[in-house]
Design a protein. Structure first.
Length: 297
């Protein structure tokens, strides 16, 4: 068993992924003849056939599936070993990629990432703003280490941890008929013109879905690019809008606006942290996840 090598293991994983020796050879930058020889040598070493050769490619035998399972785990352990060894040196260094929706970037990440950077000053953080569906796709496709998105958006392929929660509120001008209310049901607001976001965000989808469930449709009068622009449009009497309470800037409090909490159960919105698998993240990315999960709202 000591004769197994990591190059062959990685090659076998590529063969299983691609289903063809030629495609695996291209992926691993090896000659096809070298790939075929490595497979023959591997089968000779383990004493059994690992691949069925078909006219259109290859398929794994039962023994091949067992070998693939352990090869993946061994390669993941090697990656974690390399990541953990990188901690030993002149402080912890690294690069963490985050994709996040707007709500988290405005309401929570500035203070959370600032505290993390003070603790790990040599770690570079690459933060990109995306809508929740794009965040989930980026994590799934390996374009980012972790993602932060709305908890009501399905992400079945990801491991998810709770991050923060916030309440949705209806923003109105101060002289609006609903402005004096302490709370209200969302359906009451659908009688008025709405200001919303141009992007196909999870918040917009949620509002349209809830209006539809009540037999209503949102009267979208204006669509803009930011929460800030929504508030300014409302200030000038162009309509009403729904925002996460924690995203309302303090400097916008000088505008003539009223904030009314929505009484609907779904208006308590959760934000989550998603990743492909926590235990395969680089060590510094795991530190960041631990930090974000551990910070108090």
């Amino acid at each position: 068993m000591r004769r197994f090598d990591l190059v062959t293991m990685k090659l076998f994983v590529s063969i299983a992924d691609e289903g063809r020796l030629t495609a695996a050879a291209e992926r691993e930058h090896l000659a096809l003849a070298a790939v075929s020889k490595r497979v023959r040598d591997l089968e000779s070493l383990v004493g059994t056939t690992l691949l069925y050769r078909r006219s259109r490619g290859v398929e794994l035998t039962p023994a091949g599936h067992a070998f693939l399972h352990h090869a993946r785990r061994i390669l993941e352990n090697i990656e974690r070993l390399q990541a953990e060894l990188s901690e030993y040196g002149e402080g912890i260094k690294g690069h963490v990629r985050i994709h996040s929706n707007t709500s988290a970037i405005i309401a929570f990440l500035p203070q959370d990432l600032s505290a993390f950077s003070r603790r790990y000053p040599e770690v570079k953080i690459d933060l990109q703003e995306r809508v929740s569906a794009e965040v989930i796709a980026a994590v799934r496709d390996g374009l980012t280490d972790i993602g932060i998105f709305a908890g009501h958006v399905a992400a079945p392929e990801l491991q998810v941890m709770p991050y923060r929660s916030d309440r949705l509120v209806l923003m109105t001008p101060r002289d609006h008929p609903l402005a004096a209310r302490e709370t209200l049901d969302f359906q009451e607001a659908t009688a008025y013109d709405f200001i919303g976001l141009q992007q196909d965000t999870s918040l917009q989808s949620l509002l349209h879905e809830q209006a539809s469930r009540g037999g209503r449709s949102l009267r979208m009068r204006i669509q803009v690019r930011s929460f800030d622009a929504i508030c300014r449009m409302i200030h000038h009497g162009m309509g009403v809008g729904v925002l996460p309470q924690r995203t309302i800037y303090r400097d916008l409090r000088d505008l003539e606006l009223c904030s009314i909490p929505l009484a609907d159960p779904w208006a308590r919105r959760e934000l989550v942290i998603g990743m492909r698998r926590y235990d395969t993240l680089p060590v510094i990315a795991r530190h960041l996840v631990d930090h974000l999960v551990g910070e108090e709202a």
